[in-house]
Design a protein around this ligand. Structure first.
Ligand SMILES: [Zn+2]
Length: 191
């Protein structure tokens, strides 16, 4: 994301960690080193998110236990929100609660109706260490809450209850990747 370049264009697509990976269930640590390694991590996260056609990605989804997420996500008015946050904290989540379809790159092929607040405010830093505050509504608010959950060691399925939860967990058990928690092979590098 430097010099106006396309986010992720100098990043490497990393293997996605899937449900069952212990790193997804462990709270991430705050970033303390805002050096070049952090810029490269953000680039790799954008590259990985775009390769998987996602709208958001948390660092522990690629096995890095740090509080960082990236997003390129529309809201309900089709406004595009593009960016990253380091050491984010969800400081406000309010408005009506909306149940809407939600999925996760770490739980591929599965969606479940998940209740989320319609508005969310997250504060953190950019990779240069500048304070940043991001406000989202609608689907983008859902994305912000989803990514904050990841960094706290949670998953959207934690919010799914009742029949929807039983259905989703059954689909997880039957998924082709079920029980495959070992690291996936590195994807081949292509242009
Ligand atoms: Zn997710």
């Amino acid at each position: 994301m430097r010099n106006g370049s396309i986010p992720g264009s100098s990043g490497r697509v990393r293997p996605m960690r899937l449900l069952g990976d212990p790193g997804l269930g462990t709270p991430c640590e705050d970033v303390t080193d805002f050096g070049d390694g952090l810029a490269q991590l953000v680039e790799d996260m954008f590259a990985t998110m775009y390769a998987a056609a996602g709208v958001g990605l948390a660092a522990n989804q690629i096995g890095v236990p740090l509080r960082v997420f990236v997003y390129d996500c529309p809201d309900d008015e089709d406004r595009r929100h593009l960016g990253h946050l380091v050491n984010p904290r969800l400081i406000e989540a309010d408005g009506v609660t909306v149940r809407g379809p939600e999925g996760c790159l770490s739980v591929p092929g599965i969606e479940a109706g998940t209740p989320r607040f319609d508005r969310a405010v997250v504060e953190g830093f950019t990779l240069d260490g500048a304070p940043a505050r991001v406000t989202g509504t609608g689907f983008f608010a859902r994305c912000l809450q989803h990514e904050c959950d990841h960094l706290d060691g949670g998953l959207y399925l934690d919010h799914v209850t009742g029949l929807r939860r039983r259905r989703a967990l059954r689909a997880v058990r039957r998924a082709p990747w079920a029980g495959r928690t070992e690291e996936q092979p590195e994807p081949a590098r292509t242009a």
